[in-house]
Design a protein around this ligand. Structure first.
Ligand code: ADP
Ligand code: MG
Length: 677
């Protein structure tokens, strides 16, 4: 038997168990060894019934009587009287009728473990777990692993199989380098798995988990260190810093740069001078003013005779960027072009040949920029807005359009918590714009219940009356009777027949043609609409400073980061802005909504979101779901720092990774997954 032996080949695994294992995703011995317990029941502290006090308690008792009743449809209650030599106590289970069968034999003793509390007019156990006393391994200090029960697979069965595999477990070859095991006082792989499946004390579980978490993070962080090393070997273009060029650009701006903007620009301009291509992430909350920083970089790159590509996730954003950047840079004789879906094939051809010959200095577009037909004379800088929306392969395509590796500036308004940035993007340099232009007032955010809708509309209308504009964000395009979300079109019609009847209302959603979307946005920007009813296409980057109110319908149905992003469409001028989170029902608002109401700080909200939902949900399954951290927590900054240190040492020691087969395989996988170039 070895780790790849199918579980069905183990003695005692019949077809039914094999099927259950299979449905639980457990196929081989390896799978089972790594099937970690959900928790451990502690049977080491057993109370006498007469000594019971409220709390999580364990007793060792027999069952004197047990009965199951149907109290109402879909609800069966099993009640039992339990006894030991000190007294008697009641236990109750809801919808666990099998307990009656399990406890039938009144000569058996069992361990009952669970909440002992005052419930339904008496002190009793509610839904305690039950284990035959004879099944609890006394030699293990009665610390019993409980496994996730999928498709009826019982913990007992898993424990029995693992007991059979225990000798094999003890012989598992080590996967981490020995000196790392020593330096960081880790358990060997064999000891770690044994400690988790057969603990004698609770520290065993903790030590075992620490070792496995360390290994998970080590693979990830080593991959990012190796990426960083590989990046350092690449040759790029050195873009000389011209003091005069930048000073002129800055002095001609209609505003002063914030200190954070200056710092970020300075970081970038210094990177550009190096022959090693820049690999920098510019993080800044919505409205922090990232575009002008990117434009300063582009200004410098074009002055040095190179071209710039700006990649945006949506058509609206691409054209907005094109306009902003053209405004900022065309006065210096720089040619800015937009390549979007609305460019006709007739216009496309001359545009592409201009680009290839170098007549176009800055090209801005969506995914269309990735097509092979798009060629450059000398691409020096690639700017990617909202980088997490692009897959790794797409970035690669763009970066390969140059003889040397162009510099890369990725911008994101989704603040990435430090722990995650370190883990996922360890090879990136990061600049953070953590302050907003001084004249901005914090957005006032308020949760509203639908019963006060009329009052809310009146509040919004008074803003419109003052000459401001507003957004109404809804979730769906079509009327779907099965979905209570407001559809934009329905809402649009409804608002026209409401208090807003005399206002000019625009409509925007993702299924409109790019040219139509474009036109609606332009009209909104020119204040030809007072109110824009829209789906979340307004989410990213849209900049209409005069818009000061945002009403989000069914706000409870959005993620925290998304709400914060949406809210960022307002608060973009010196006017006071408001965000109204309208809930879909009158229930108590969720923690999520309360956090958004309370804080305007994107970094804080990102940390909260990370805790609530985990990284996969927030940063996209494609990239991060595959990270698949089973044991390590991204909140464990102490362990992350230790592992980071270990990975750096490993790389600088010049150790041969290939020597460690499993490690190198996993590291390579992560390298491909997390690299930006
Ligand atoms: P984001 O970081 O969300 O991409 P933008 O670059 O779109 O933000 O900037 C938001 C708005 O703030 C724009 O209208 C821009 O002109 C303005 N802005 C940027 N920097 C400053 C500043 N230092 N002072 C005043 N306004 C600024
Ligand atoms: Mg932006």
């Amino acid at each position: 038997m070895n780790v790849s032996t199918p579980l069905s080949a183990i003695k005692g695994v019949g077809p039914k168990t094999a099927e259950q294992l299979h449905l639980s995703g457990l196929h081989t011995v390896h799978d089972l060894l790594y099937f970690l317990p959900r928790k451990h029941e502690d049977y080491s502290e057993v109370s006498k019934i007469s000594d019971l006090t409220p709390g999580k308690r364990t007793i060792n008792a027999t069952c004197e009587s047990v009965i199951t009743k149907n109290v109402r449809r879909g609800m069966r209650v099993t009640t039992a009287t339990l006894a030991d030599d000190s007294g008697k106590v009641q236990a109750v289970w809801f919808n666990q009728a099998y307990r009656a069968t399990q406890l039938k034999d009144s000569t058996q003793t069992f361990f009952f473990s669970g909440d002992f509390d005052f419930n339904y007019n008496k002190y009793q156990f509610t839904n305690p777990s039950v284990e035959k006393a004879s099944k609890i391994p006394v030699q293990n200090g009665r610390l019993l692993p409980v496994y996730r029960s999928v498709k009826g697979l019982k913990s007992q069965v898993v424990r029995k199989l693992l007991a059979e595999l225990r000798p094999l477990m003890a012989m598992l070859p080590e996967t981490l380098p020995n000196d790392i095991i020593k330096k960081y006082s880790l358990l060997s792989l064999a000891d770690a798995l044994t400690a988790i499946h057969f603990p004698t004390k609770s520290e065993d579980v903790a030590n075992g988990k620490r070792r496995l978490a360390f290994e998970e993070l080590f693979e990830l962080l080593l991959a990012s260190q190796l990426n960083k090393q590989a990046n350092a070997k690449l040759r790029g273009w050195s873009i000389p810093f011209s003091q005069a060029t930048i000073a002129t650009f800055v002095s001609e701006l209609p505003f002063d740069l914030t200190p954070a903007q200056k710092q970020a620009a300075w970081d970038i301009l210094q990177d550009l001078e190096k022959e090693v291509p820049m690999n920098r992430l510019l993080q800044g909350d919505v409205g922090a003013g990232k575009t002008v920083v990117a434009a300063a970089a582009a200004r410098q790159v074009v002055a040095a005779g190179f071209q710039v590509a700006v990649l945006a996730p949506t058509e609206i954003l691409a054209s907005q960027h094109a306009k902003t950047i053209a405004n900022l840079l065309e006065p210096y004789g720089i040619t800015v072009a937009l390549l979007s879906g609305s460019v006709t094939s007739k216009q496309r051809k001359p545009l592409l040949s201009e680009l290839k010959e170098g007549g176009v200095h800055i090209i801005i577009g969506t995914h269309a920029l990735l097509e092979p037909a798009v060629q450059f004379r000398n691409l020096g800088l690639v700017i990617i807005d909202e980088q997490h929306r692009f897959g790794v392969g797409q970035r690669q395509k763009l970066l390969s359009k140059s003889d040397r590796m162009p510099h890369l500036l990725a911008m994101t308004a989704t603040p990435i918590p430090r722990s995650l940035a370190l883990t996922l993007y360890g090879e990136l340099d990061i600049s953070i714009i953590n302050q907003k232009p001084a004249e901005r007032k914090p957005i006032i955010t308020k949760i509203w219940s639908p019963v006060s809708r009329a009052q809310l509309y009146a509040e919004i209308d008074s803003e419109l009356e003052n000459g401001r504009q507003g957004y109404v964000v809804c979730r769906l395009i079509d009327d779907n009777p099965n979905n209570e979300s407001k559809s934009v079109e329905l809402e649009y019609r409804k608002l026209q027949n409401s208090v807003f009847g005399h206002r000019r209302i625009g409509l925007l959603h993702g299924r409109m043609k790019p040219a139509d979307k474009q036109q609606v946005m332009e009209r909104f920007l020119k204040h030809e609409y007072d109110l824009l009813v829209s789906t979340t296409v307004v989410e990213v980057g849209v900049d209409v400073p005069n818009a000061t109110t945002m009403l989000i319908e069914d706000a409870d149905q959005y993620g925290l980061s998304q709400l914060h992003q949406l809210r960022g469409r307002v608060g973009r001028s010196s006017h006071q802005s408001y965000c109204y989170l309208l809930t879909s029902d009158t229930k108590k608002p969720s923690q999520r909504l309360k956090e958004v109401e309370r804080s305007n700080d994107g970094f804080y909200l990102a940390e909260v979101d990370l805790k609530i939902r985990g990284p996969g949900e927030i940063y996209g399954k494609a990239q991060h779901g595959a990270l698949n951290l089973q044991i390590a927590s991204l909140g464990d900054t102490k362990l992350i720092a230790e592992v980071q240190d270990a990975a750096k040492r490993f790389v600088s020691s010049g150790a041969d990774l290939l020597q460690y087969k499993q490690l190198s395989r996993n590291v390579e996988h992560y390298q491909r997954l997390t690299t930006l170039n």
